[in-house]
Write a protein that binds this ligand. Sequence first.
Ligand code: DAH
Length: 337
Amino acid sequence: MQLNQILTDALKKLETVNSERELSEFKTSMFGKSGTLTALMKSLKDLPPEQKPQVGKEINDIRVAIQDKCNEAEVRLHKAAISAALENDKIDLSIDKPVTEVGALHPLNRIRNKLIDYFVGNGYVVYDSPEIETDYYNFQALNIPLDHPARDMQDTFFINDNILLRTQTSGGQIRLMEKFKPPIKMICPGRVYRNDDDSSHSPVFHQMECLVVDKNVTLCDLKGTLEGFAKFIFGEQTVIRFRPSYFPFTEPSVEVDASCFNCGGKGCRVCKNTGWIEILGAGMVNRRVLENCGIDPNVYHGFAFGVGLDRITMIQCAINDIKLLWENDVRFLRNFR
Ligand code: DAH
């Protein structure tokens, strides 16, 4: 009688159990340490021996019946919990929310990608060179020995006497030529660092180095390459001119100007009334640089140039403060979407 009552109550209770937590509480109340069924099992030992098998069997039947119902409830509640979660977390894909902001590449990255595309399209490989560099790769191998006055042109962040933040991507030339022998056509874009800070200089800026080494490479090849490059950036009507210059790693060295894309050479605000815009430094690779990399300068010749990506971006975006490229003010960046 008492046993039947326990079973009826338990089954009734199980029907009203509404959550996985309630079910777990119910199971504890039945099968836990001080649960009803546990207590019944314990009480068996107080019965006279001849009743033990019969009562034991009855208790066990009840236990199995309740356990079965618990399992069923568990499946039911688990399914319900999943359905509820799906219902609550539902995303209504039918809501037509207008997209208000579309991101865009930073103007500097856009120029960088554009130039990389151009050179890769012309058969150049892209070479990545370390930003933390040794004095050897940044200076000495580029024909700038320890006491060379040309070091003054690049106010350097030294980490110690030998390690520095690269001041130019030109060190990439050395690293590449140590590993690969001619024919070489490479560009090396990346960050460079100098202790400079004003409206047209930033302590961190970007350059792209270009190096071509092969038999019979001449200054004409350099000029043709740079003219194609200038036309690609500033338009088909662009022409370039060379002005003599000096870089220890090139001989001869030139400073390269492009005709002003804004006024076509007549003189305007963009070109500061000169009709020309200075775009980069270049030259024929100095034979000492080739020798430093184990390349015979009597057999191979090369040209190189280094272009300031921030500078090209500033010219193209018609801005005169380099900080605008760093501040990431969305009001500024939005203009270049
Ligand atoms: N590395 C030079 C600089 O930062 C730029 C440069 C000039 C690179 C002439 C070259 C080059 O490869 O041939 O001022």
